[in-house]
Design a protein around this ligand. Structure first.
Ligand SMILES: Nc1ncnc2c1ncn2[C@@H]1O[C@H](COP(=O)(O)OP(=O)(O)O)[C@@H](O)[C@H]1O
Length: 285
């Protein structure tokens, strides 16, 4: 892991770019290779024996639930959940000119520069290596083709999970997001109940309400206003969607359409990942 973080820094510093292979033939073969991702699961067990656990990436629009599902999987698979949004928010919390510069970018729904994000991530990976971490689930990185190329150049990403949800639900979910300022728990007050698309089943996502002791301490992220969320969605379509194509062309992308709230989606996600829910019980224990 220390080697990965050093290599990421070195690539970023050199402005390294690798050409992106995206021929039609490759895209056509993508489906077959995505199926092979499931077979990789067996190999992951072998890697554990080699002292390396999963190295997965979560992609998806703001509000889709990357943090929720990445965090659950990280507990199950005993790897850290590393969310670059959290690294940015930690950096924002320490006062000074750097955090003022970051706040200006983040609160306007823009992406921070590749250099800044790579520095924050490399530092986090180095700290993890010192603690003996053996893998990771990245959430919110890579978000640009350049970030994806740098990551691909320095380590082997086993699987990229692309979470998908209807756009109307994304906006409602971002606007309903709340955090407890005391315990740090994440909640959502939005109750989403939508007609199915093209005659499909209704989509119901119940709110995830806080316990009574958190109710008076809820805060909203400053970048979760309607105007900023719409800008973040626009930025996602412009800059982050090409990252989906990048991994699709490499056969690493697993697309997952969320069918509803956590109780409905979680078991189906585990099934799509070929993971045994029994592992969850043993992880929780
Ligand atoms: N990989 C990244 N590259 C550039 N900026 C990032 C990256 N990850 C996080 N950020 C910054 O942090 C903000 C919050 O990120 P995140 O919590 O992942 O938000 P979201 O809910 O939009 O997925 C982003 O809007 C962006 O400004």
């Amino acid at each position: 892991m220390a080697a990965i973080s050093r290599a990421i820094r070195a690539c970023a510093a050199a402005g390294s770019r690798r050409s992106m292979a995206s021929s039609a033939k490759e895209v056509a073969a993508a489906g077959a290779r995505a199926a092979a991702a499931v077979a990789r699961r067996g190999r992951e067990r072998e890697r554990e024996e080699d002292g390396r656990r999963v190295q997965w990436v979560f992609l998806g629009c703001p509000g889709v639930g990357k943090g929720t599902y990445a965090s659950r999987l990280s507990q199950m698979l005993r790897v850290p959940h590393i969310a670059t949004g959290d690294l940015v928010r930690d950096a924002l919390a320490s006062p000074g000119p750097f955090s003022e510069q970051l706040a200006e970018i983040v609160n306007n729904g823009k992406l921070v520069s590749d250099e800044i994000i790579i520095n924050l991530l490399s530092k986090r990976l180095e700290e993890g290596a010192e603690k003996g971490e053996l893998g990771f689930i990245l959430d919110g990185f890579p978000r640009t083709i350049r970030q994806a190329e740098i990551l691909e150049g320095v380590t082997d990403i086993d699987l990229v999970i692309n979470l998908k949800l209807r756009e109307e639900a994304l906006l409602a979910k971002c606007l309903g997001r709340r955090m407890c300022s005391q315990c740090g728990g994440n909640f959502n007050v939005a109750s989403i109940d939508m007609e199915g698309e093209n005659g499909g089943p209704r989509m119901y996502m119940p709110p995830l309400l806080p316990p009574p002791q958190c109710e008076s301490k809820l805060i909203t992220r400053p970048d979760d206003t309607e105007e900023v969320v719409k800008e973040r969605l626009r930025v996602y379509h412009d800059l982050c969607e090409p990252v989906e194509d990048f991994y699709r062309a490499r056969g690493k992308l697993l697309e997952f359409n969320l069918p509803g709230g956590i109780p409905e989606s979680w078991p189906k996600l585990l099934q799509a990942l070929n993971l045994d829910p029994g592992n969850e019980r043993s992880a929780a224990a």
